[in-house]
Ligand binder design. Structure first.
Ligand code: BMA
Length: 896
């Protein structure tokens, strides 16, 4: 009984922290422009100027029509956010009173009661200002005076140009963007990108609050987990606040949850600032492997997370408590020497894992909106359901919210985290580098405890940009080379290694040749060398459906093709239907990628006929065919990478262990590389992603000798169970019959983590013997259908290989219609739909305005009746779904 009471008292003490006090300043503010034109505009914090001006209807929906250029005046003004707030005596009695700004975008002077208390210059830094002497009891007044980021960027560029220009000065004209974003520490894409509009945001985009405490408070609990083979080691850094008294003496109480008895530790602290001005206490918790369960990436096991709670006590009083979820996992990047080149793959908990995933761009071009938990859950949930295990947070966006990384931890999605530098040269004068150092310290300490964070990389494509002189730097290579080293190596990497004590993976760039780049002084002769490191691959002049055009890389971290969002999505951004004609001003306005619209037409034309321009459904047909071209292109490319995981080719290339396509999401309605459009609707690509990333696939390709090579690739049996009696079926279908004309059955023997070649077929001879058309002239009226089954039924998804260019074939005519639509008993938000066809039908595409997703879409039908599930995300009924459902296919007369 007594023990119980003691425990209760102790737990009350440990959870009840009465010293640190937080007074939020989030909520209602007011904003005005400094030129006097706009005043008394109600504002919301966290937020931003575009959101506030839209809410107050000073500007229309910035995502509509040409409003990106119509609102170019917004970031050219200086905007001041202000409000009053109350302070009481108790708060002012505390020794330390600070204003904490989790995110200010970007250049602001902050005044309290008309006294300047500090300034900001980096949207990725958390600013903490001592405001004890600025506050008074009762009413207080705060102003955050933002300066125009455009003017600041211009001024900094002028100053920089006095010694030398740091290019690119401006984006290509097609972007309708702004210049000099590389001068400022702000989301680089907010000045436009090849997939995004220019909205140079301004505002208080994260929480803002007054904190008060007596002795200290906890700034970060940052953890790097390592493994010595027998035990896990949680290397913990507790960063304490340091203003007021410059030394902290007291105790830390540590509590780590385990599967059994928690680990409790008490540590005395007596810390003074180190040479970097940090008050940091480092300690190690040794965790026997049998008392916690390992964290695994999606598809390989569970994502066990444990609470690590740190409490700081001074003078016998609890000052602050922070809980961090940690996971126990070991992650290594293996770059072993091969005869030619090196490997480049990740091992998690000693298991080599093929990384399947994508690149995310900022979740919203207005950074405050990218914090939305529902948006995060939806995007990462879609990634998880599509069997992804890695997402790259690309370097032109933002370090995402805590909620984003928490969700990645829960979903088992490893994060390849770029530092926020992309496609540019950057300055390196002293105060710029100091600014970057503040960013690195904050972001690395904020993020590194997440088990999902696999690695940090210095930048996006700047090694390649420098080596290949994308911005005309070749005449002064040494100058920009020295800047490269100074920024990414001497500054960022050195600081990163110091903070993490060399316990985390750092790559200087992406793409990079990894160890080979290092041996070539960090800027390799060919940073995109297939024999080393990671590769970004884009080729718009070769047939995307021919797997022989793709690189045999070690790890492909970017690749993709553009497509338009679906008609129903795109029309919401336009004024009228005619805007969706490919030749319209709107369509050229929305295409930022130079030459992109012509490339999209070519992308279709490699394999399909362009729709006739006079067709009433021209825009719909164009979008449909473009989505097919994109989806199948990325599918073929991804399966190519997955097939190569166990093979080295004659040149010693291969052993591919990663496929991160470009790009997951969108920030406006436009032609982009995404699989999910800005309204959340899936392009055909996203439907294909969940199939081509399935843990086991059967996949075939026709090699340069015209052999059809069929592989089974098995990543892990975790999701699908034991595969001991697997049979593959290679069928040939004639375009005009739902009955296969030939079936070849093969017993499959494939190991976990293997890509196994199960059959090679001399395509043309084989199909000629089966009377498959004018084979010698590459006109085929047959195709291959691939599937797998075991004694429990079908395994994975069906796949297919077209032996020739589709547009040269006499393609199948079919009548495809919706049969029944029935609410599913077990879950009324799901509807079972039957699709009926009287013949082979290609890329059968279902659509409805009701929000939700189909279980499959863009199907190649080889059966008369196919069941599809629709998961609705808004209220609907059998009847309204049935009434709005449409189904089309490649040879649909209305879409040719
Ligand atoms: C790569 C990316 C992005 C770009 C994409 C598509 O270069 O890193 O900069 O949006 O390709 O062009």
């Amino acid at each position: 009984m007594a023990t119980k009471w003691i425990l209760l008292v102790v737990s009350l003490i440990l959870t009840d922290c009465w010293c640190v006090n937080i007074e939020s300043l989030n909520g209602n503010w007011t904003v005005r422009s400094d030129n006097g034109e706009y005043h008394d505009i109600p504002a919301t914090v966290p937020g931003g100027i575009y959101s506030d001006l839209m809410n107050y209807e000073i500007i229309g929906d910035i995502f509509h029509g040409f409003n990106d250029v119509n609102t170019k005046w917004v970031p050219r003004l200086n905007w001041t956010y202000f409000r009053t707030f109350q302070v009481d005596d108790d708060l002012l009695r505390k020794e330390n009173v600070n204003l904490v700004c989790d995110g200010l975008d970007t250049f602001a002077d902050i005044y309290i009661n008309n006294v300047l208390i500090g300034s900001s210059r980096n949207m990725f830094v958390r600013y903490i200002f001592d405001v004890k002497n600025a506050l008074k009891t009762g009413d207080n007044y705060i102003e955050v005076r933002f300066k125009s980021p455009i003017e600041m960027g211009d001024a900094l560029a002028q100053e920089q140009a006095k010694s030398y220009v740091v290019p690119p000065e401006c984006p290509p004209n097609e972007y309708n963007g702004e210049c000099h974003v590389n001068m400022i520490r702000k989301m680089q894409a907010s000045y436009s990108w090849d997939w995004g509009p220019s909205f140079p945001s301004v505002g208080i985009w994260k929480n803002i609050y007054i904190e008060s405490y007596i002795e200290t408070t906890i700034r970060y609990v940052s953890v790097d987990v390592t493994d010595d083979g027998i035990n896990w080691h949680a290397n913990v850094d507790v960063y304490l606040a340091k203003n007021g008294k410059n030394k902290v003496t007291g105790q830390l109480t540590i509590n780590l949850q385990t599967d059994g008895t928690p680990i409790d530790e008490y540590i005395d602290v007596d810390v003074s600032p180190n040479e970097y001005g940090e008050l940091v206490k480092n300690f190690e918790i040794v965790v026997p492997k049998n008392i916690v369960s390992a964290w695994w990436p999606n598809g390989y096991g569970e994502q066990y997370l444990y609470d690590l709670t740190v409490t700081v006590t001074t003078n016998g009083q609890i000052e602050d408590t922070k809980t961090q979820h940690i996971g126990f996992r070991k992650i290594e990047l293996i770059q072993d020497q091969l005869n030619y080149g090196t490997t480049f793959y990740f091992k998690v908990n000693d298991l080599p894992i093929f990384m399947k995933g994508t690149n995310e761009i900022p979740l919203d071009i207005l950074p405050e909106r990218g914090q939305d938990p529902t948006l995060i859950e939806t995007l990462l949930g879609t990634a998880r359901d599509a069997h992804m295990n890695m997402i790259r947070v690309w370097g032109g966006g933002v370090y995402e919210s805590d909620y984003f990384y928490d969700t990645a931890d829960r979903y088992g999605i490893l994060i390849w985290q770029d530092f926020m530098f992309a496609c540019a040269m950057y300055p390196t004068y002293d105060s710029y580098l100091e600014n970057v150092l503040e960013e690195v310290r904050h972001q690395v300490n904020r993020l590194r405890s997440h088990p999902s964070i696999a690695l940090f990389a210095g930048n996006n494509e700047n090694e390649a940009a420098l080596r290949q002189s994308w911005y005309g730097t070749s005449d002064n290579f040494d100058l920009y080379y020295n800047d490269f080293i100074k920024l990414y190596i001497t500054t960022i990497q050195t600081e990163f290694n110091r903070i993490t004590r060399n316990k985390r993976i750092f790559l200087s760039s992406s793409p990079t040749n990894g160890v080979e780049s290092i041996s070539e002084g960090y800027v390799a002769q060919n940073p995109g060398d297939y024999a080393y490191g990671d590769v970004h691959f884009y080729n718009y002049v070769a047939d995307p459906w021919d797997s022989n055009v793709y690189p045999v890389s070690r790890f492909s971290s970017e690749y993709g093709y553009q497509a338009l969002p679906g008609y129903q999505s795109l029309i919401t951004a336009a004024d009228q239907e005619g805007d969706l004609n490919m030749e319209s001003e709107f369509m050229y306005h929305r295409q930022h990628h130079p030459g992109g619209n012509e490339q999209m037409k070519e992308l279709i034309e490699f394999n399909l006929n362009l729709p006739e321009n006079y067709n009433v459904n021209y825009s719909k047909a164009f979008i449909y065919k473009l989505q097919i071209a994109q989806a199948l292109g990325i599918k073929i490319e991804t399966e190519h990478y997955r097939r190569y995981r166990s093979t080295l080719n004659d040149q010693g290339l291969g052993g591919t262990m990663g496929a991160l396509y470009w790009q997951l999401n969108d920030v406006w309605l436009a032609p982009t590389w995404s699989g999910i459009d800005f309204t959340g609707k899936w392009k055909m690509l996203q439907y294909f992603v969940q199939e081509f990333f399935y843990p086991i696939i059967i996949t075939g390709h026709i090699d340069s000798q015209r052999n059809l090579d069929v592989y089974v690739v098995l990543d892990s049996i975790y999701v699908i169970g034991e595969q001991n009696d697997l049979t593959a079926s290679i069928q040939v279908f004639n375009w005009n019959s739902l009955q296969p004309i030939h079936t070849d059955e093969i017993a499959v023997d494939v190991n976990e983590g293997e890509s196994a070649l199960i059959k090679t077929i001399p395509t043309d001879q084989y199909l000629s013997d089966l009377n498959c058309g004018d084979v010698n002239n590459a006109k085929f009226n047959c195709f291959f259908s691939l599937s797998m089954r075991n004694s429990n039924g079908n395994i994975g998804y069906k796949n297919y290989v077209f032996p020739g260019t589709l547009k040269y074939s006499n393609l199948p005519r079919a009548n495809v219609r919706i049969g029944s639509v029935t609410t599913m008993m077990e879950d009324p938000s799901q509807y079972s739909i039957t699709v009926i066809s009287d013949n082979i039908a290609l890329f059968v595409w279902l659509e409805t305005p009701v929000k939700g997703e189909f279980s499959q879409n863009g199907l190649v039908l080889t059966e008369g009746t196919t069941n599809i599930i629709f998961h609705s995300k808004e209220a609907t009924s059998e009847e309204s779904l049935r009434n709005t459902l449409t189904v089309i296919h490649l040879m649909d007369e209305n879409y040719m």
